[in-house]
Design a binder for this molecule. Structure first.
Ligand code: NIG
Length: 380
């Protein structure tokens, strides 16, 4: 079944200049044609979007959606002046272990649906609230049923009943063996209070030996080795990048490792916002993602991240939209999403606005008008 989308007020494809006289044809789950409206081919159906802006669906390359429970109290304490501590993760670990598979699946389904309704069409999510072989395996299997990309984050926190040494041994051996068939990526929280440089390197190296791609949580709560390690091991992405030295920026600029910025997390944890300008001006590839999780960043709104990136991080609207679409795809090493070109996945976001500028000009206003995900019209 093919669909011709006409009446596009402004088309952002990430595959050429923005155009104002364009049409798009989707055929099944693929983009079949992009070009001037006057040359558009016939299709089985036509949808006139009446001057609205069209762009690729958001690619949210960093979320933690396999969880149970709530951390409202921790958030309240933070807003009253308490610092964010990685140890809060243990609260979600206890609730997640106690939840049934059906409860975890329901949470996943609800959050994916919430994200899609706001224009997100490709999602990564992580394990990391199980921290036993059985619970991490269950998280990986559940995640694989609901999202496009799954990362194993057994190295999220050392559980309170184990020594760091024993836990790293477990992650690098039995746990990785169990989850590897169900995930594409391995991630590690390389930060004071979580895993240090040597421990992180051990986990990432063991994952790489099993053929997994690598991602790193790094430089979130202070300066540290995360970026250096990610670049050394050719990780696809290093996420947070809130505290970067000049040498970290240079390393990112000279590598294919994407700097994934998570402004909603920095706001919710009262951290400074990352220096996106320095990264972009020096040639690093930047992605924006929500980091949706119940502790440090409980939002599924990519539009909110885009608005913050423009209003508070001095990214242009074009840079922010690109980072939230193509940047996310690059962080996931995918060339079929985050772009509207022939052969790409039919992931299309129609804004209820004439241009992408409205994403920052009208922050907080729900601007999603229609979403095709994999060629399926999810919302109108
Ligand atoms: O990306 N930094 C580590 N992990 C999450 C936080 C998870 C939590 O607090 O539950 C993050 O911010």
């Amino acid at each position: 079944m093919s669909v011709l989308i006409t009446g596009i007020g402004e088309l952002t494809t990430n595959d050429g200049p923005v155009s104002h006289d364009a049409a798009l044809v989707l055929d099944g789950d693929r983009v079949a044609w992009v070009g001037p409206a006057s040359a558009a081919p016939d299709a089985d159906t036509a949808v006139d979007v009446a001057g609205r802006a069209v762009l690729p669906g958001w690619v949210d390359s960093h979320t933690h959606l396999v969880f149970a429970g709530d951390r409202t109290a921790e958030f309240g304490a933070r807003m009253a002046g308490e610092p964010y501590k990685a140890g809060g993760i243990a609260v979600t670990v206890a609730a997640t272990r106690a939840a049934t598979d059906d409860q975890l699946a329901a949470v996943l389904r609800e959050h994916v649906a919430e994200a899609v309704a706001q224009g997100t069409t490709c999602l990564e999510t992580k394990t990391g609230y199980g921290l036993t072989v059985e619970d991490e395996l269950r998280s990986a299997k559940l995640a694989a049923q609901h999202v496009d990309e799954v990362s194993f984050l057994g190295a999220h926190l050392v559980p309170s009943d184990m020594s760091t040494e024993d836990y790293v041994d477990l992650v690098c051996g039995e746990m990785l063996d169990a989850v590897t068939p169900h995930v594409r990526w391995a991630d590690v929280f390389c930060e004071t209070g979580a895993f240090d440089e040597d421990e992180s390197r051990r986990v990432l190296t063991a994952a790489k030996e099993r053929g997994l791609g690598l991602r790193v949580h790094g430089n979130q709560l202070g300066y540290g080795p995360g970026v250096r390690l990610a670049v050394e091991l050719a990780a696809a992405s290093v996420d947070h990048c809130t505290y970067l030295t000049r040498s970290d920026v240079d390393l990112l600029a000279q590598s294919a490792t994407v700097a994934t910025l998570l402004p909603a997390c920095d706001l919710s944890t009262r951290q400074p916002l990352p220096n996106a300008r320095e990264l972009l001006d020096n040639g690093a590839t930047v992605a924006l993602a929500t980091n949706c999780n119940p502790g440090s960043s409980y939002t599924s709104s990519m539009a909110f991240c885009v608005a913050m990136a423009v209003l508070q991080m001095r990214m242009s609207v074009e840079e922010a939209v690109r980072a939230a679409t193509l940047g996310g795809a690059q962080a996931l090493r995918r060339d079929d999403v985050g772009v509207l070109r022939v052969g790409a996945r039919a992931d299309v976001h129609v804004l209820d606005a004439p241009s992408i500028t409205h994403l920052a000009y009208r922050p907080g206003v729900p601007l999603t008008y229609a979403v095709w995900r994999n060629g399926v019209l999810e919302r109108q």
